[in-house]
Design a protein around this ligand. Structure first.
Ligand code: CS2
Ligand code: MG
Length: 412
C-alpha cells in the first residue's frame, strides 16, 4: 500500500486548523492534525516543503520506520513545529492502517481497556456567580469533572475566562482565549501572581461549599508561577482536594518541580507544550508529576505518545491528554483512541468544537454519561469535507501575551 498523494489542508471554520491528508494507491485516505495555535503556517511550510516530497512512494504500512526517518533523518530534532508535522504523518498512517483493517484505531492499539473516557470541561466566570452558572451548565451537559478558572480582582483580561455563552459550553461563541477573529496580532493581557494567589483558594472554598466534596475539580496555572509560588498554592488548595493543578510553573526546568513536590500533595499535571518524551523524562522518572498532559498533535503523534505512556506507567503516572479547541477533531480522535486502549488512562480534556468545525470535520465521537468514546468507525473515525473546508480560508491570529503591572512580559 503506497502513499500516492499528500496534501496539507488549512481551514478556519471557527479557528485555524492544519490537516495532512494522505491517499494511498488503493484509495485509502488518512488524516493527521498538524495544528499549532498561532504558528500554523510554520507547520504548513514544514510539511509542504520538507515532508510531503519525502512521503510520496513510501509504504503506508511502515509507520515506525516513517516516524524514525522523519525524526532522525531531519537532523534538527524536537521542537513544536517539527513534531506537529511528524505527528500529522503518524496519525494519518495509523488512520490508513486501521481503515485498511476495517477497524477503529483503538482495536489496533490493544483494544478497549474501558467503556469510555472520563472527560473534563472548562467552567469559568469573571466572578463566583458566573462561575457557578458555568459549573452547573457543564454538570447539566453530563460532565463528571470540571476545570475551574476565574477572574482575579483588579485584572481585566486574563486567561481562561470564556465569554459567558462559551462558558456555558454551547453556541458558536468562541472560547475567549481562542485568537481567531480577535484581530490578526497578539493581544496583551495582564497578570499579577500575588493577586491571583490571594484570590484563588477562596474561589475553591466557595466551589466546594456550593458543589460538595466529591466533584473532581481541576485548575490550570498556565505556567505563571515560580516554583515557590506554585508550592504555596498547591499547599493552600489541599483542603479542596483537586483532581490536579496544571502547569503550575514553567517546566522547561524539570528540576523546578522538585521544590513544588516537596511542599504539596496536590496532584500535578504538566506537558501540553512538550513535544517529545525527553521533555517528560525526569518529571516521570522522579515522579514529579501525576498526569502527562501531552497531546498527540504536539508530541509527534500516536506512536511516541503511546511509548511515553508506557514509560509513565512504570511510575503509576496517568494520562491527561490536552484537548482544547485548538486540537482539531482529528487530533482529538487520535488521543481518544489512544486513551481508550492504554491502561494508565487518567482523564481527557474535552472542549466541544463549534458546529461549523463539526461540518468540516465530521466525526463519530460518542458522549454518554460524562464518558467520551471515539466511536467504532474504521480508522480515526473522522472525515474531512474538502468543500466545507474550502469555505473557510486561513485567518491570521495569534495567542495573547501577558504583561505585569510594570510592563514586564510574563508567561501567558
Ligand atoms: C489550555 C489551553 O486547555 C488548556 O489546558 O492550557 O487551552 C491552551 O491555552 C491552548 O491550547 C493554547 O493554544
Ligand atoms: Mg493548560
Amino acid at each position: 500500500m503506497i502513499i500516492e498523494r499528500a496534501e496539507v489542508v488549512v481551514t478556519s471554520p471557527s479557528r485555524n486548523f492544519v490537516t495532512l491528508r494522505l491517499v494511498t494507491d488503493d484509495g485509502i485516505v488518512g488524516l493527521g492534525d498538524a495544528t499549532l495555535n498561532g504558528r500554523e503556517l510554520a507547520v504548513v511550510a514544514y510539511l509542504r516543503d520538507h515532508v510531503v516530497p519525502l512521503l510520496r512512494g513510501r509504504d503506508a504500512h511502515r509507520i515506525e520506520d516513517t516516524w524514525q526517518f522523519l525524526y532522525r533523518g531531519g537532523y534538527w530534532r524536537r521542537g513544536p513545529v517539527t513534531m506537529a508535522a511528524i505527528a500529522a504523518v503518524d496519525m494519518a498512517l495509523w488512520d490508513i492502517k486501521a481503515r485498511a483493517a476495517g477497524m477503529p484505531l483503538y482495536q489496533l492499539l490493544g483494544g478497549a481497556s474501558r467503556e469510555g473516557l472520563l472527560a473534563y470541561g472548562h467552567a469559568s466566570g469573571s466572578d463566583l456567580s458566573e462561575l457557578f452558572d458555568s459549573v452547573r451548565a457543564h454538570l447539566e451537559q453530563g460532565f463528571r469533572a470540571i476545570r475551574v478558572q476565574t477572574g482575579v480582582p483588579g485584572l481585566n483580561a486574563i486567561y481562561g475566562i470564556a465569554s459567558q455563552a462559551a462558558a456555558a459550553g454551547g453556541g458558536e461563541e468562541r472560547y475567549d482565549h481562542e485568537p481567531a477573529r480577535r484581530g490578526a496580532l497578539p493581544m496583551q493581557e495582564d497578570w499579577d501572581t500575588r493577586a491571583y494567589l490571594r484570590h484563588l483558594p477562596g474561589v475553591f472554598e466557595a466551589v466546594r461549599n456550593e458543589f460538595g466534596p466529591e466533584l473532581p475539580l481541576l485548575h490550570d496555572g498556565h505556567h505563571r508561577m515560580t516554583p515557590l509560588q506554585a508550592a504555596k498554592l498547591g499547599k493552600e488548595l489541599e483542603p479542596y482536594d483537586l483532581f490536579w493543578l496544571e502547569d503550575c510553573t514553567p517546566a522547561e526546568n524539570q528540576e523546578a518541580l522538585r521544590l513544588v513536590r516537596r511542599h504539596t500533595t496536590t496532584p500535578l499535571a504538566i506537558g501540553e507544550v512538550f513535544n517529545t518524551v525527553w521533555d517528560f523524562k525526569d518529571l516521570i522518572r522522579e515522579q514529579l508529576i501525576d498526569y502527562v498532559r501531552g497531546a498527540v498533535t504536539h508530541m509527534g503523534g500516536i506512536t511516541p505518545l503511546k511509548k511515553t505512556m508506557e514509560y509513565a506507567a512504570l511510575y503509576q503516572i496517568r494520562s491527561g491528554f490536552h484537548g482544547p479547541t485548538d486540537i482539531s477533531p482529528v487530533g482529538m480522535a487520535a488521543q481518544m483512541h489512544l486513551g481508550l486502549a492504554i491502561h494508565n488512562f487518567g482523564i481527557q480534556e474535552y472542549m466541544k468544537h463549534s458546529a461549523r468545525t463539526d461540518e468540516v470535520f465530521r466525526q463519530s465521537f460518542r458522549w454518554r454519561d460524562g464518558l467520551l468514546h471515539p466511536g467504532d468507525e474504521p480508522g480515526l473515525g473522522v472525515e474531512l469535507d474538502l468543500d466545507e473546508a474550502g469555505r473557510y480560508p486561513y485567518e491570521q491570529a495569534y495567542l495573547p501575551f501577558n504583561r505585569l503591572a510594570d510592563g514586564t512580559v510574563h508567561d501567558w
